[in-house]
Design a protein. Sequence first.
Length: 402
Amino acid sequence: MSFPMNVSVEYAIAALERELKQPDAREVSLPEAYGLTLARDLSALVDHPSLDDSALDGIACRVEDTLNASPESPTLLELVGEVAAGSVFSSRVKPGEAVRIYTGAPVPDGANGIIPVEKLEFVGNGVKVFQPARASDIRERGSDFERGQIGLTRGTLLNSSTLALCAAMGHPRVPTFRPLRIALLSTGDEIYEPGEDLPPGGVYNSNRYGLEAKIRSLGHQAIILPRTVDRVEELESALSSVGEVDLLLTSGGVSMGKYDLVRDLLIERGEVKFWKVALRPGGPAMLGRWNNLPVFGLPGNPVSSLLVFEIIVKSALYKLLERKDAPHRILKARATTPFKSVPDKRAYWRAKLEFENGHPTVSDFVDQRSSVLRSMVENNALVVVEAGQKVEAGNEVEVIWL
Ligand code: AMP
Ligand code: MG
């Protein structure tokens, strides 16, 4: 059987995206939409503001009546009423008249300027004004957005700002991509759940919890399968009973060892789209299918599984939902320590990103073994080193800010 091996990170991302089906759109309420992705362009149902309104508390009047007003020689206007946000002033402002107005209140007909309360003195049923009224303190109808205008486009992440805009545009519900159902299968004789007694040689299942959190943080649904031991029959029956999901992520069992059965099963009885990616850590990653089910095999080492998810799986999921924002914050920083390169592979070293007087610097975390989860916890960045690239202290490097 032949399949691509040692593919690039970009190839792996594109191949995974190809195996996945873009989920359908469904309408959900705004609170439910938090963290999901907009599935269609969204246009405004109303003008905002809905009328010309005041940007501040003060009076509305005619600019031409106040042109000569100054602190030394104020102009006196007659106060004929008031208008607050949510109501509309019923008559027209005539020459020499003013209406008390509050932020967000519609500007009465006849008025074309605002004077802030700080520049006024109320006297009986009149008001002294110490500066000319300004038209620029009127927020024009539709100046934020007009009815019918597209305010948010398909692929937008629904977060606090964008949800607020959905509401401002008048939408109680919005079309979102259905969250993907992503099943997680941990494999390995040595794997136990936290809370269980750990026999000698046992390892607590950290991948499951790290990956589940990553899936949920992307707005998708994690379906946790019981972990399987390294026996072909058990793994095969686990794969065959996964049920309706969009993607199966396995952890462990894709490396070069005798007990790496996910790899064996996919090669012998499934379908392999690629095996091994030219990155470190995480090189053994695999993509295949088990009947109709796309299967992405993550390496078992805790750092590798989280990192391959972050770099490959997350990027593919962003593309699948046509996300407008980038999956990673990438910047250039000055290395304060050397970083190794790896022959024929792109390395992602765990590192500490700091800002010295606003300038980003990045330093190596000493223990880069892919079994050392602390390297993910005590660091906040990945330094990207291409094969053959020499990074000495003082060089500029590309950094992913986690
Ligand atoms: P494997 O990829 O199955 O060869 O596993 C590589 C290393 O990762 C071994 O040291 C495993 O014990 C460890 N490992 C595999 N799965 C997990 C898991 N779910 N949680 C923590 N460590 C794991
Ligand atoms: Mg294993």
